[in-house]
Design a protein around this ligand. Structure first.
Ligand code: AMP
Ligand code: ZN
Ligand code: FE
Ligand code: FE
Length: 286
Protein backbone atom coordinates (compact mmCIF):
# COMPACT_ATOMS: atom_id res chain seq x y z
CA UNK A 1 0.00 0.00 0.00
CA UNK A 2 1.35 3.36 -1.10
CA UNK A 3 0.71 7.07 -0.82
CA UNK A 4 1.58 10.38 -2.52
CA UNK A 5 1.53 13.41 -0.21
CA UNK A 6 2.50 16.19 -2.64
CA UNK A 7 0.06 16.97 -5.45
CA UNK A 8 -1.32 20.08 -7.20
CA UNK A 9 -4.53 20.90 -9.08
CA UNK A 10 -5.67 23.84 -11.17
CA UNK A 11 -6.67 25.63 -7.95
CA UNK A 12 -2.97 26.63 -8.04
CA UNK A 13 -0.46 25.88 -10.81
CA UNK A 14 -1.43 22.29 -11.62
CA UNK A 15 -3.51 21.33 -14.65
CA UNK A 16 -5.71 18.54 -13.21
CA UNK A 17 -9.14 19.13 -11.74
CA UNK A 18 -9.68 17.43 -8.35
CA UNK A 19 -11.73 14.76 -10.15
CA UNK A 20 -8.91 14.05 -12.64
CA UNK A 21 -6.33 13.96 -9.84
CA UNK A 22 -8.35 11.50 -7.73
CA UNK A 23 -8.93 9.36 -10.81
CA UNK A 24 -5.17 9.29 -11.56
CA UNK A 25 -4.50 8.36 -7.92
CA UNK A 26 -6.96 5.48 -8.21
CA UNK A 27 -5.37 4.34 -11.48
CA UNK A 28 -2.01 4.09 -9.70
CA UNK A 29 -3.61 2.18 -6.81
CA UNK A 30 -2.74 4.82 -4.22
CA UNK A 31 -4.26 4.16 -0.79
CA UNK A 32 -3.79 7.73 0.52
CA UNK A 33 -3.07 11.13 -1.02
CA UNK A 34 -2.81 14.76 -0.01
CA UNK A 35 -3.49 17.87 -2.08
CA UNK A 36 -0.83 20.52 -1.47
CA UNK A 37 -1.78 23.42 -3.71
CA UNK A 38 0.25 26.64 -3.30
CA UNK A 39 -1.38 29.16 -0.94
CA UNK A 40 -4.92 27.80 -1.25
CA UNK A 41 -7.20 25.15 0.25
CA UNK A 42 -10.03 25.66 -2.24
CA UNK A 43 -9.48 22.20 -3.71
CA UNK A 44 -9.77 20.44 -0.34
CA UNK A 45 -13.58 19.91 -0.20
CA UNK A 46 -13.55 18.75 -3.83
CA UNK A 47 -10.81 16.22 -3.06
CA UNK A 48 -12.67 14.98 0.03
CA UNK A 49 -15.60 14.10 -2.26
CA UNK A 50 -13.56 12.76 -5.18
CA UNK A 51 -11.37 10.57 -2.92
CA UNK A 52 -14.32 9.50 -0.76
CA UNK A 53 -16.12 8.10 -3.80
CA UNK A 54 -13.01 6.07 -4.71
CA UNK A 55 -12.15 4.80 -1.23
CA UNK A 56 -8.89 6.78 -1.15
CA UNK A 57 -7.82 8.28 2.19
CA UNK A 58 -7.46 12.04 1.80
CA UNK A 59 -5.24 14.25 3.97
CA UNK A 60 -5.81 18.02 3.78
CA UNK A 61 -2.65 19.84 2.72
CA UNK A 62 -1.21 23.12 1.49
CA UNK A 63 2.22 24.32 0.28
CA UNK A 64 3.46 27.63 1.70
CA UNK A 65 6.40 29.66 0.39
CA UNK A 66 8.71 30.77 3.18
CA UNK A 67 12.12 32.21 3.79
CA UNK A 68 14.85 30.78 5.99
CA UNK A 69 16.92 33.08 8.22
CA UNK A 70 19.72 32.99 5.62
CA UNK A 71 17.27 34.36 3.01
CA UNK A 72 16.88 31.08 1.09
CA UNK A 73 13.39 30.28 -0.26
CA UNK A 74 11.83 27.21 1.28
CA UNK A 75 8.53 25.47 0.70
CA UNK A 76 6.70 24.28 3.80
CA UNK A 77 3.93 21.68 3.52
CA UNK A 78 1.03 21.79 5.96
CA UNK A 79 -0.88 18.58 6.73
CA UNK A 80 -3.85 17.69 8.92
CA UNK A 81 -4.66 21.31 9.75
CA UNK A 82 -8.12 22.80 10.10
CA UNK A 83 -8.72 24.09 6.57
CA UNK A 84 -11.40 26.50 7.89
CA UNK A 85 -9.06 28.11 10.46
CA UNK A 86 -9.71 31.90 10.21
CA UNK A 87 -6.12 33.14 10.52
CA UNK A 88 -4.76 30.40 8.27
CA UNK A 89 -7.32 31.45 5.64
CA UNK A 90 -6.63 35.17 6.02
CA UNK A 91 -2.87 34.54 5.61
CA UNK A 92 -3.58 32.49 2.47
CA UNK A 93 -5.67 35.33 1.12
CA UNK A 94 -2.85 37.78 1.79
CA UNK A 95 -0.36 35.62 -0.13
CA UNK A 96 -2.84 35.10 -2.97
CA UNK A 97 -2.91 38.89 -3.33
CA UNK A 98 0.91 38.92 -3.26
CA UNK A 99 0.87 36.38 -6.11
CA UNK A 100 -1.61 38.43 -8.17
CA UNK A 101 0.40 41.63 -7.68
CA UNK A 102 3.59 39.80 -8.64
CA UNK A 103 1.97 38.65 -11.89
CA UNK A 104 1.17 42.30 -12.68
CA UNK A 105 4.77 43.34 -11.91
CA UNK A 106 6.26 40.55 -14.01
CA UNK A 107 3.94 41.32 -16.93
CA UNK A 108 5.01 45.00 -16.67
CA UNK A 109 8.64 43.85 -16.95
CA UNK A 110 7.74 41.75 -20.00
CA UNK A 111 6.03 44.78 -21.56
CA UNK A 112 9.21 46.81 -21.02
CA UNK A 113 11.04 44.06 -22.89
CA UNK A 114 8.63 44.46 -25.81
CA UNK A 115 6.56 41.36 -25.02
CA UNK A 116 2.93 42.40 -25.46
CA UNK A 117 1.24 40.24 -22.85
CA UNK A 118 -1.48 41.45 -20.45
CA UNK A 119 -1.96 40.46 -16.82
CA UNK A 120 -5.60 39.69 -17.64
CA UNK A 121 -4.48 37.13 -20.23
CA UNK A 122 -2.41 35.42 -17.51
CA UNK A 123 -5.29 35.54 -15.01
CA UNK A 124 -7.65 34.08 -17.63
CA UNK A 125 -5.27 31.15 -18.19
CA UNK A 126 -4.74 30.69 -14.45
CA UNK A 127 -8.44 30.79 -13.56
CA UNK A 128 -7.54 30.59 -9.87
CA UNK A 129 -6.78 32.81 -6.91
CA UNK A 130 -3.18 31.60 -6.52
CA UNK A 131 -1.55 32.29 -9.91
CA UNK A 132 2.15 31.70 -10.40
CA UNK A 133 4.99 31.83 -12.90
CA UNK A 134 3.85 28.61 -14.65
CA UNK A 135 0.70 30.51 -15.70
CA UNK A 136 2.81 33.33 -17.19
CA UNK A 137 4.84 30.65 -18.98
CA UNK A 138 1.66 29.10 -20.42
CA UNK A 139 0.40 32.54 -21.49
CA UNK A 140 3.74 33.26 -23.24
CA UNK A 141 3.50 29.98 -25.13
CA UNK A 142 -0.16 30.46 -26.03
CA UNK A 143 0.52 33.98 -27.38
CA UNK A 144 3.44 32.64 -29.45
CA UNK A 145 6.24 34.49 -27.58
CA UNK A 146 7.89 31.20 -26.51
CA UNK A 147 7.76 27.67 -27.86
CA UNK A 148 7.63 25.93 -24.45
CA UNK A 149 7.14 26.76 -20.75
CA UNK A 150 10.79 25.77 -20.17
CA UNK A 151 11.90 28.35 -22.72
CA UNK A 152 9.69 30.96 -20.98
CA UNK A 153 11.41 30.22 -17.65
CA UNK A 154 14.88 30.20 -19.18
CA UNK A 155 14.43 33.45 -21.10
CA UNK A 156 12.26 35.49 -18.75
CA UNK A 157 10.93 33.96 -15.54
CA UNK A 158 13.73 32.17 -13.68
CA UNK A 159 15.39 33.90 -10.76
CA UNK A 160 17.52 36.81 -12.02
CA UNK A 161 16.09 36.60 -15.55
CA UNK A 162 14.76 39.93 -16.92
CA UNK A 163 11.06 39.49 -16.01
CA UNK A 164 11.67 37.87 -12.61
CA UNK A 165 10.38 39.68 -9.54
CA UNK A 166 11.07 38.36 -6.03
CA UNK A 167 8.06 37.04 -4.12
CA UNK A 168 7.24 38.40 -0.65
CA UNK A 169 7.11 35.50 1.78
CA UNK A 170 6.66 34.73 5.44
CA UNK A 171 9.56 33.59 7.55
CA UNK A 172 9.86 29.82 7.97
CA UNK A 173 9.34 30.22 11.74
CA UNK A 174 6.09 32.14 11.11
CA UNK A 175 4.93 29.52 8.60
CA UNK A 176 5.54 26.72 11.11
CA UNK A 177 3.76 28.66 13.88
CA UNK A 178 0.79 29.40 11.59
CA UNK A 179 0.43 25.72 10.65
CA UNK A 180 0.60 24.72 14.32
CA UNK A 181 -1.98 27.37 15.24
CA UNK A 182 -4.32 25.75 12.68
CA UNK A 183 -3.69 22.38 14.35
CA UNK A 184 -1.47 21.01 11.59
CA UNK A 185 1.95 19.49 11.01
CA UNK A 186 4.72 21.43 9.21
CA UNK A 187 6.92 19.49 6.79
CA UNK A 188 9.86 20.89 4.84
CA UNK A 189 9.19 20.26 1.13
CA UNK A 190 11.86 18.93 -1.26
CA UNK A 191 14.97 20.09 0.65
CA UNK A 192 17.12 18.69 -2.16
CA UNK A 193 15.79 21.35 -4.56
CA UNK A 194 16.76 24.26 -2.36
CA UNK A 195 20.17 22.85 -1.32
CA UNK A 196 19.23 23.96 2.15
CA UNK A 197 20.48 21.18 4.42
CA UNK A 198 22.16 23.68 6.74
CA UNK A 199 18.86 25.32 7.73
CA UNK A 200 17.15 22.10 8.88
CA UNK A 201 18.58 22.31 12.43
CA UNK A 202 17.12 25.80 12.85
CA UNK A 203 13.75 24.71 11.41
CA UNK A 204 13.68 21.75 13.82
CA UNK A 205 14.30 24.21 16.67
CA UNK A 206 11.42 26.32 15.30
CA UNK A 207 9.10 23.29 15.62
CA UNK A 208 9.30 21.62 12.21
CA UNK A 209 7.51 18.24 12.29
CA UNK A 210 8.88 16.46 9.24
CA UNK A 211 10.98 16.37 6.09
CA UNK A 212 9.83 15.40 2.59
CA UNK A 213 12.60 12.86 1.98
CA UNK A 214 11.07 11.36 -1.17
CA UNK A 215 10.41 13.66 -4.14
CA UNK A 216 10.50 13.39 -7.93
CA UNK A 217 13.65 15.45 -8.08
CA UNK A 218 15.51 13.77 -5.21
CA UNK A 219 18.14 11.17 -6.05
CA UNK A 220 18.22 7.96 -3.99
CA UNK A 221 21.27 9.46 -2.22
CA UNK A 222 19.22 12.59 -1.38
CA UNK A 223 16.44 10.45 0.11
CA UNK A 224 18.94 8.49 2.23
CA UNK A 225 20.60 11.68 3.47
CA UNK A 226 17.29 13.34 4.42
CA UNK A 227 16.07 10.17 6.16
CA UNK A 228 19.20 10.25 8.29
CA UNK A 229 18.74 13.96 9.05
CA UNK A 230 15.06 13.33 9.93
CA UNK A 231 16.07 10.55 12.33
CA UNK A 232 18.69 12.80 13.91
CA UNK A 233 16.05 15.46 14.74
CA UNK A 234 13.17 13.02 15.45
CA UNK A 235 11.24 14.33 12.43
CA UNK A 236 8.58 12.55 10.38
CA UNK A 237 9.52 11.25 6.94
CA UNK A 238 7.13 12.07 4.09
CA UNK A 239 7.22 12.10 0.31
CA UNK A 240 5.33 12.84 -2.84
CA UNK A 241 5.62 13.29 -6.57
CA UNK A 242 4.83 17.07 -6.68
CA UNK A 243 2.72 16.26 -9.74
CA UNK A 244 1.38 19.37 -11.52
CA UNK A 245 -0.56 17.40 -14.14
CA UNK A 246 0.44 17.95 -17.74
CA UNK A 247 2.26 21.25 -17.29
CA UNK A 248 5.68 19.68 -16.86
CA UNK A 249 5.65 17.10 -19.63
CA UNK A 250 4.66 13.67 -18.35
CA UNK A 251 2.49 13.69 -15.19
CA UNK A 252 4.67 12.78 -12.23
CA UNK A 253 1.97 10.99 -10.21
CA UNK A 254 2.91 7.34 -9.71
CA UNK A 255 6.63 8.13 -9.90
CA UNK A 256 7.06 8.63 -6.14
CA UNK A 257 4.97 6.28 -4.00
CA UNK A 258 5.80 6.13 -0.31
CA UNK A 259 4.94 3.19 1.95
CA UNK A 260 1.60 3.66 3.74
CA UNK A 261 3.36 3.13 7.10
CA UNK A 262 4.76 6.68 6.76
CA UNK A 263 1.19 8.00 6.49
CA UNK A 264 0.25 6.08 9.64
CA UNK A 265 3.11 7.79 11.49
CA UNK A 266 1.96 11.19 10.18
CA UNK A 267 -1.63 10.44 11.23
CA UNK A 268 -0.50 9.33 14.69
CA UNK A 269 1.56 12.45 15.25
CA UNK A 270 -1.39 14.58 14.09
CA UNK A 271 -3.52 13.18 16.88
CA UNK A 272 -1.04 14.17 19.60
CA UNK A 273 -2.53 17.23 21.34
CA UNK A 274 -0.21 20.18 20.99
CA UNK A 275 0.59 22.13 24.17
CA UNK A 276 -0.35 25.81 24.11
CA UNK A 277 2.72 28.08 23.74
CA UNK A 278 4.49 28.58 27.05
CA UNK A 279 2.93 25.57 28.77
CA UNK A 280 5.41 22.71 29.15
CA UNK A 281 4.25 19.31 27.82
CA UNK A 282 2.85 16.87 30.40
CA UNK A 283 5.22 14.10 31.42
CA UNK A 284 4.54 10.83 29.60
CA UNK A 285 2.64 8.47 31.95
CA UNK A 286 4.43 5.28 33.02
P1 AMP B 1 6.01 30.78 -8.27
O1 AMP B 1 5.30 30.17 -7.11
O2 AMP B 1 5.15 31.72 -9.04
O3 AMP B 1 7.36 31.36 -7.92
O4 AMP B 1 6.30 29.59 -9.32
C1 AMP B 1 6.94 28.43 -8.84
C2 AMP B 1 6.52 27.27 -9.71
O5 AMP B 1 7.19 27.38 -10.95
C3 AMP B 1 6.89 25.93 -9.09
O6 AMP B 1 5.72 25.15 -8.94
C4 AMP B 1 7.80 25.28 -10.07
O7 AMP B 1 7.35 24.00 -10.36
C5 AMP B 1 7.73 26.12 -11.32
N1 AMP B 1 9.10 26.37 -11.81
C6 AMP B 1 10.08 26.98 -11.12
N2 AMP B 1 11.21 27.05 -11.88
C7 AMP B 1 10.92 26.47 -13.07
C8 AMP B 1 11.66 26.23 -14.28
N3 AMP B 1 12.94 26.60 -14.39
N4 AMP B 1 11.04 25.60 -15.29
C9 AMP B 1 9.73 25.23 -15.18
N5 AMP B 1 8.99 25.41 -14.06
C10 AMP B 1 9.56 26.02 -13.02
ZN1 ZN C 1 3.67 24.42 -8.11
FE1 FE D 1 7.49 23.32 -3.92
FE1 FE E 1 4.67 21.58 -4.99
Amino acid sequence: MFADLHLHTRFSDGTYSPEELASEAARHGLRAISLTDHDTVEGVPHMVDACGRRGIEFIPGCELTAQARNGAELHILAYHFNSAHPRFLSELQRYQEVRQERIRQMVARLNELGVGLTADAVFAIAGCRAPGRPHIARALVQAGFCTSPDEAFDRYLKMNRPAWVPKAKMSAADAIALIHEAGGLAVMAHPGLNRSDDVIGQLAADGLDGIECYHSRHTPADSDRYRAIAAQHDLLVTGGSDCHGMNKGRPLIGGVMIPYELVEKLNQRARVPRPAPGIPPLPTPG
